[in-house]
Structure formats: C-alpha cells, structure tokens
Design a binder for this molecule. Sequence first.
Ligand SMILES: Cc1cc2nc3c(=O)[nH]c(=O)nc-3n(C[C@H](O)[C@H](O)[C@H](O)COP(=O)(O)OP(=O)(O)OC[C@H]3O[C@@H](n4cnc5c(N)ncnc54)[C@H](O)[C@@H]3O)c2cc1C
Length: 398
Amino acid sequence: MRIAVCGAGASGIAAAISAARAGALVVLFEHTDSPGRKILITGNGKCNFTNHEINTSKYHSTDDHESFMSGFLSRWGCRECLDLFDSIGVVYRQKRDGYYPRSDTAESVRRALLNELARLKVEIRLNTDIRDIDPVKKRVNGENFDAVIIAMGSMVSGRAGSDGSGYGILRRMGLKVNKVYPALTPLTLKEDLSSITGVRCEAKLTLLDEEGCTVESSRGELQPFEKGFSGILAMDISGECCRILGSGRRAYVRADLYPEMDGEELLTFLKDRAERFGRQEPKDALVGMFPKKLINYLIHPLDTREADYVEALALRIKGLEYELSDEMLKDVKRAQTAAGGLSLDEIDDDLALKKYKDIYVVGELVDIDGVCGGYNLHFAWGSGYMAGRRAAKKERER
Ligand SMILES: Cc1cc2nc3c(=O)[nH]c(=O)nc-3n(C[C@H](O)[C@H](O)[C@H](O)COP(=O)(O)OP(=O)(O)OC[C@H]3O[C@@H](n4cnc5c(N)ncnc54)[C@H](O)[C@@H]3O)c2cc1C
C-alpha cells in the first residue's frame, strides 16, 4: 500500500498528508534540497492561503471548467481548507477576504505542514529528480508503487524548483497538455509608459480581443511601469491576455482611470471643474483627481484651446487604449502561476487520470489558474488533498 507523490510543493504536501492520514505509506519525492520552498515566497512572504469569496468566477482554464470547478469547490471550499490548517495547528486570520497565518509568515505555514508530514511518518526523498513515470506499471524512476500522484507544478519559479519538467512527463504519457503561458504577471504594452512610471491610480482595466470584444475586466489600483501595467488588477487579467497573444491574435487593454463615474457623469463633473478651477491653467481642473505625472500625461496630447477639449479629456480618462505586446509570453520570472496545462478532459472529479488507473495529477500542472487572493494555493491544497485521500482509500478497498 505505497503511494508516490512526485513534487513537494503545496499540492504534493497536501496529497501526502491526506494519503498518510488515510493509512497509506507515502513517499514524497522532491528534486530540490527542501520541501515547500515556493510556499515561502507566497503572499509576499505572508502566504495568502485561501479566500472567503471563493467561487468558479475566480478561476480560468483553456477548457470549459464551470462544472469541474463548481464540483471541486462544493467539496473543497474555504471551510474545508481552514479545517486543514486548523488540523495542523496554523492559527489564521482574515484580511479583507483572504486568509493568512496570524504570524504573518509563510514560514510558519511550511513548518506546520512539515511537522504534520513528520508526525505521519511520510518518507521525504530530497534531491531526487523525477525523470520517468510509467503510468501502466505505476513506476517512478524504476520503483513500483500502488498509486502515483503527480504534483510537479509549472515552469513558474524555477529558483523554488518548479521548472516545468512535469509537462514533458505528462506529454510522454500521451496526455493532452494545453499550451502553457505565464499568468498573474504584469501586462506588457507596445507603448512606453516611462512618463507615468510609479504613479498609483484607482482604475478599471478591460481586456479586448482583436474584434474589440470585451474578454474580461478587473478593478483596483493601477501601477504603471516603463513597459506596462502592474498591480493586482493587471495581473488578474494577464493569463487571458497571454492565451489570446499565444494563439497569434492581437489583444488590447482599455484603462478607465475614473471608474467611479460613467462617461456622462464624468463629463458633467469635468465641465464644472474646468469652469471653477481650470480657467487659468486647464490642467488645474484635474488637481486632486490624479497625481501630477498622470495629469500631464492625460493633458499632453490634447489642445486645451479646442472647444471640445473637455469632451476629449473625458474620453481619454475613460478609455485609454493600448495594444499588448507578446513579450508578455516570455515573462515567466515575474509570473506567479501558469495558465494552461493538463486538459480537464483527462481527469475526473478527484483528479484521477481517466486513461490510467491510480494515477493522479494535481496543483498547477492542471489547466486551472486563479486570480490573486489565495485562489491558486486553495486549488493546490484541495486538489492534492482530494487525490491523496482517494488514492489511499482505493488502496484500502483492495
Ligand atoms: C511570488 C509568488 C507568490 C505567490 N503568492 C500566492 C499567494 O499568496 N496565494 C496563492 O494562492 N498563490 C500564490 N502563488 C501561487 C502558488 O504558489 C502556486 O499556485 C502553488 O505553489 C502551486 O503549487 P503546486 O504544488 O502545484 O506547485 P509547486 O509549488 O510549484 O510545487 C511543485 C514541486 O515539485 C517539485 N518538482 C518539479 N519538478 C520536479 C521533478 N522533475 N522531480 C522532483 N520534484 C520536482 C518542485 O521543486 C516543487 O517543490 C504565488 C506564486 C509565486 C511565484
């Protein structure tokens, strides 16, 4: 009754815990010299490990994922995730909708997980690179097991050990692996934004395809940098941007820098302000609405002597449009997760492969990616935990 878990990241550790709790002997393989390294860098070192507002709209996939994710979340919601953390002794607290350890350190999450692995006597084999998995014989690097859980993560965070080698292993098994892109990464534009680098502004970003149709949008604090936009709102739509660009199509992003008002309200507001504050210096009408650098950027291409200047300004504030650059597709270093991966067609509700008995694929290797806020770790813990439990139960049923 031995189960191999390949990869000691969030999903692999969760799988090892649930399988061992259900009575299996577990061997956890990891090719770096320490398990759970990536956990340490999550949430800026604080580990935002799940979210109260969890639902299917927080996740993307190349495949139709509504039914898969609603089934998954009905069995592994925020409550189940918090129960896991309770059971390993992590005291947590809620900040906005996200959950963090009360210690505010990701290290304490990793330590609690490793303590649980030790308590359950999970055998951890470090510095062991998985090169070969035989899914028919359930053999890992030539060693036989009763079930195998593949939890090798994506190509994001090479320094933490995630080098994308799992995709090759899945492909060699003859499984369908959807094209993989960086996600939760800054948006790279064709336009240079040096003049507004460093400003911060409440905004709404809308991703448009080449036909000008809205793909999705997000709202929050926009953080321009030389080559594009950063901030959670930009990262949240980045996976979809990469999916469009990666298919060889163009993609655009529209920035609404005053989402609190619709176009007409803003125009009335601006006309009033132009009258009251902008008579001598037209740009003074924007003082208090935007930082100085942004005011200059907004005003710069407009002729303030034109009769329809305020209309043009309102349009610019509500609809700055930029073409995205396919440089984004290479931005693995700054990405926090990957879009794409093992097609959902290949797995059942417990993350078991349909083609091969007793083989499971979990975590970031699966074509599910969440927005910022603890959703990716939530999927990693949950997919690992479910697969581990089912693999061990099957063992006991034999
Ligand atoms: C900077 C950053 C911040 C993040 N912050 C958050 C956050 O706050 N909240 C959130 O929900 N998500 C966050 N994420 C995303 C989250 O970390 C991942 O979704 C999650 O870690 C995925 O877990 P995983 O187990 O699938 O993969 P990984 O954590 O990548 O684990 C895979 C493991 O497999 C090992 N491995 C790979 N190949 C082999 C091989 N051939 N042989 C042996 N071992 C192998 C790797 O070394 C690694 O230990 C963040 C990501 C980054 C990069």
